[in-house]
Design a protein around this ligand. Structure first.
Ligand code: SF4
Length: 698
């Protein structure tokens, strides 16, 4: 019963972009229970992570004191940190010494080599205020746009296509609108695993008799509820999607009036998809022509159709092209800008939308204003009182390459774990070890923090006040439940402490001051004051007035592009960067598990979640396991041209023949040791979803 708790705090879940609202119960200074609240996104529901994944906050492994690398502890990419004693590599330090050392190292590099020698990774797990401050520090203090975060590894290609096509990277409708749609396409996403509460709306819509079309190379639970389940060949998204567009054009199922009023590029699209008939593409994508025609007709003819997509679309070297096809589908049918219609890239992290909105990306100031636009840059130069870098900065993987080339020599990393999350992990770890100065701010001694010169113990989500923006564009408030352990401090205060030491005159008294400054520069947050978010708990942007609810649907009256029209960019079918061959005959694809979050830093320290999925696995179809002469439960080696990783083999009928799937959360079986760092040319996202591999018994 609630009465037996010391307190119950209203907050939001720290894991995925669904942004479920929570009630966190505390007893004897410990979180003892988390329940769902009746929020717009979750209506009292939580998934296993939100409900049982909280005890990482109280883990004895939390960092409680600042650490400085020992003079005799060499940096090495090969360090095996599992089970190692941190005090053999680091010594404890006072805050004064650690902050002086952290900022001093960055300042020395700045003076010796200029801002281009520095870079920062912020975090999609931090608050909007932290994201804003972090990008401001890099831009104003370091004098460079070399600032990025894990959006580069998830929806960067989707955002590139959306910015180009509809002038905004945000979703056009909330996922709740699945209940208002007549036809729902879910493509390249596995919501029952990665966005479980959002998936409940899709299942409910299917139960209500709506058409649910699930398109994914891996079989998945949502397909049991689907009217159409298309297990297509991996890497052939453009073939499949252009075939759908071909049918819509050939059978004149497009919305001519809508196109004339709102869309450019239709003629070029018609031309491009001429050769993509379902009959020609059936063999390429592995879906028969009749099914492709039926799906195209169902989507186009429905009164209201909506598309959801995930990393299966975005994490390819042709990820931007994949998203361009989805945008074209919506634009030619007029399935956008009305309730129950639209484009919704399902956001991964709890604040990847907000961190991107706040400018934690190398090409944009807050609200996606180009750093290369002189007028915009002038506004920020006036506002921050500093000349700013006129060129876009480097992205996550480009920063790693620039370290190898000796261009970047120092980094500040807050709450990100590139030693686990970047593709071609050995290359990434070598880069971290090569840095002259690395400051890591985190709650655990992550795989990345082991490479640091200075480690700053920070606050978890449960210890901080701040705003977070979920996949629906809801700005929500997260409230502190506990005090940070030991000497750990608030992240925003640490960013300010570093800023002051490198000579910036920052005077924030409270995190709400940061929000107010940020919102003053962001039209998207107009009419959404800190006081309003505190009072209402959640406000969807954009909002037309302080006393009116935000707009769930955008693009109701054209698009925020230069001419107000949506722009179609036709896409070509390109192969993945590395395809199977005799030496490496399988396709390796990576992703997440229901129980573990990203690199596992949090959920592997959560007792219930760790107990359900305790060790590193690779999964294959039982048929493929037999073909390879292996047995479920074997320890196998998965090999690619980048490396070899051991994992326990699990049989999974969802995985297609010729494929091996690995989650990237296990540091004993690090999937990203194997992945291909080749980038999509527009979104600069690596091809996590496809590379050539082989499996061997150990
Ligand atoms: Fe948390 Fe996402 Fe699960 Fe909701 S669906 S409880 S936000 S992990």
């Amino acid at each position: 019963a609630v009465q037996s708790f010391d307190k119950v705090v209203a907050s939001v879940c720290p894991f995925c972009g669904v942004g479920c609202q929570t009630e966190v119960a505390v007893k004897d200074n410990k979180i003892v229970q988390v329940d769902g609240r009746n929020g717009y996104a979750n209506e009292n529901r939580l998934c296993v992570k939100g409900r049982f994944g909280y005890d990482y906050v109280m883990s004895p492994e939390r960092l409680t004191k600042p650490l400085i690398r020992r003079d005799d502890a060499p940096k090495s990419a090969d360090i095996d940190m599992r089970g190692a004693d941190p005090l053999t590599v680091f010594r404890e330090a006072t805050w004064e010494e650690a902050l002086d050392r952290a900022a001093g190292g960055l300042t020395s590099l700045l003076k010796a080599h200029g801002g281009k020698a520095l870079a920062g990774f912020g975090s999609a797990k931090g608050s909007n205020e932290e994201a804003y401050l972090f990008q401001k520090l890099v831009r104003q203090g370091f004098g460079t746009n070399n600032v990025d975060h894990c959006t580069r590894l998830c929806h960067a290609s989707s955002v590139a296509a959306l910015m180009e096509g509809v002038g905004s990277g945000a979703v056009s409708a909330p996922f709740n609108d699945a209940l208002k749609a007549d036809c729902i396409i879910v493509i390249g996403a596995r919501p029952t695993t990665n966005h479980p509460v959002a998936a409940t709306y899709f299942k409910q819509a299917a139960k209500n008799g709506k058409k649910l079309i699930v398109i994914d190379p891996r079989r998945q639970d949502l397909m049991r509820h689907a009217s159409h389940a298309l297990e297509f060949k991996p890497g052939t998204d453009v073939a499949l999607l252009n075939a759908l567009i071909h049918v819509i054009i050939e059978e004149k199922l497009y919305d001519e009036q809508y196109i004339q009023a709102n869309v450019s590029g239709f003629e070029a699209l018609k031309d491009k998809v001429k050769d993509f008939s379902p009959e020609a593409m059936a063999e390429v994508c592995g879906i028969d022509a009749a099914t492709l025609r039926d799906v195209a007709r169902t989507y186009a003819k429905s009164e209201r159709s909506i598309i959801f997509w995930g990393m299966g679309i975005s994490q390819h070297t042709h990820g931007t092209d994949n998203s361009r096809c989805l945008i074209a589908l919506a634009l030619i049918t007029g399935h956008v800008g009305r309730p129950g219609t639209g484009l919704h890239p399902l956001r991964g992290q709890n604040n990847v939308q907000g961190a991107s909105d706040a400018g934690l990306i190398p090409m944009y100031f807050p609200d996606y204003k180009s750093v290369e636009n002189a007028d915009i840059r002038g506004q920020y130069e006036n506002f921050w009182g500093q000349t700013l870098d006129p060129k876009r900065g480097l992205t996550v993987v480009e920063i790693v390459d620039a370290i190898h080339e000796g261009e970047i020599k120092g980094m500040y990393i807050m709450g990100e774990n590139p030693a686990m999350s970047d593709p071609d992990q050995s290359h990434a770890r070598q880069a971290l070890a090569m840095l002259d100065h690395l400051v890591v701010q985190d709650i655990f001694l992550t795989e990345t923090a082991w490479h640091a010169d200075v480690v700053l113990p920070a606050s978890s989500h449960a210890e901080k006040l701040g705003t977070y923006t979920n996949t629906n564009r809801q700005v929500q408030i997260g409230r502190p439940v506990l005090d940070p352990p030991g000497e750990a401090r608030q992240d925003w205060e640490l960013i300010v402490a570093i800023a002051k030491r490198i000579g910036l005159d920052w005077k924030y008294q409270h995190v709400s001051d940061v929000y107010a400054e940020m919102a003053s520069m962001m039209p998207s947050l107009r009419n959404i004051s800190w006081e309003r978010v505190e009072r209402e708990g959640s406000v969807i942007y954009p909002a037309d007035a302080e006393d009116k609810p935000g707009n769930e649907i955008i693009f109701t009256d054209g698009f925020p592009t230069a001419d107000g029209r949506g722009r179609i960019t036709p896409a070509d079918l390109l192969p993945p960067a590395e395809v199977p061959d005799e030496q490496y005959p399988l396709i390796l694809t990576t992703g997440r598990l229901l129980e573990h979050w990203h690199t596992g830093a949090m959920t592997r320290r959560a007792g219930v979640l760790h107990a359900i999925e305790p060790y590193g696995i690779a999964t294959m179809n039982p048929r493929e396991i037999a073909r390879q002469g292996l047995t479920q439960g074997d320890v196998i080696e998965v090999q690619t041209r980048r490396g070899t990783v051991e994992a326990i083999l699990r049989a999974d009928r969802d995985v297609a023949d010729g494929m091996v799937f690995m989650p990237f959360c296990f540091n004993e079986s690090p999937a990203n040791e194997l992945t291909n760092p080749m980038l999509d040319p527009f979104g600069k996202i690596p091809e996590f979803k496809y590379c050539a591999a082989r499996v061997l018994p150990t």
